[in-house]
Design a protein around this ligand. Structure first.
Ligand code: GRF
Length: 201
């Protein structure tokens, strides 16, 4: 059974989907802890499932490095096989990424490398494209620049605003995340191989 830590900042709908999937005894991964950089709404999902959580409040640390050191210390307590960033709205310090890579993945509401960063949905709309998407990647030290593990296109429809488009992307993100975590757990997807294949290309 693959053990997973999920880090969030917000509502945690991706977290919820993963918890629901993992409730099926046939699903090969299990969320052992949920962490956040703030008092996140998504903690309620962990609570409902009786899963421990921790908070490392960004505002209480003098630097990204110090915040990341505490986050890393928390993760070391739980020693998950995989760390999933799911709506964590902070960049991790390189020391933490390097400690966990390639066993740290992120979901993103755009078809990377298109529209990286915190406003992937808004940026796609502003660019006037007729399709965007969702991606799951290995985290590296860039902004949404790591090796792509899965992605799928989502059409932009006439009249879409950021909210409507994001609401159509999120179910795709969830499905991709659940599938990627399953493939990592079964060995179907080898993160070390995916990371080195991408650095070779
Ligand atoms: C997701 O679209 C994630 O990719 C983005 O923020 C959203 C988080 O949603 N960075 P939720 O907290 O899982 O509901």
């Amino acid at each position: 059974m693959l053990t997973v830590a999920v880090l969030i900042s917000g509502t945690g709908s991706n977290l919820r989907a993963l918890l629901d999937a993992a409730a099926d005894p046939g699903y090969p991964a299990h969320v052992v802890v949920v962490g956040a950089d703030r008092e996140a709404e998504g903690f309620s999902h962990a609570e409902e499932y009786g899963i421990p959580s921790f908070m490392v409040p960004w505002a209480q640390f003098a630097s990204r490095e110090e915040w990341g050191a505490e986050l890393g210390a928390q993760l070391d307590v739980w020693k998950p096989d995989l760390v999933v960033l799911s709506g964590l709205m902070r960049l991790l310090p390189a020391s933490l990424v390097d400690r966990w890579a390639p066993r740290i993945i992120n979901t993103h509401p755009a078809y990377l490398p298109e529209f990286p960063g915190a406003h992937g949905v808004r940026d796609a709309l502003a660019a006037g494209v007729d399709q965007t998407g969702a991606s799951v990647i290995i985290v590296d030290n860039g902004v949404d620049s790591g090796p792509i593990l899965a992605q799928e296109r989502v059409p932009v429809l006439p009249g879409d605003d950021e909210h409507a488009l994001h609401d159509r992307i999120k179910p795709v993100e969830r499905r991709l995340l659940i599938d990627v975590v399953r493939r990592i757990a079964t060995g179907d997807l080898d993160l070390a191989v995916a990371a080195s294949a991408s650095s070779a290309s």
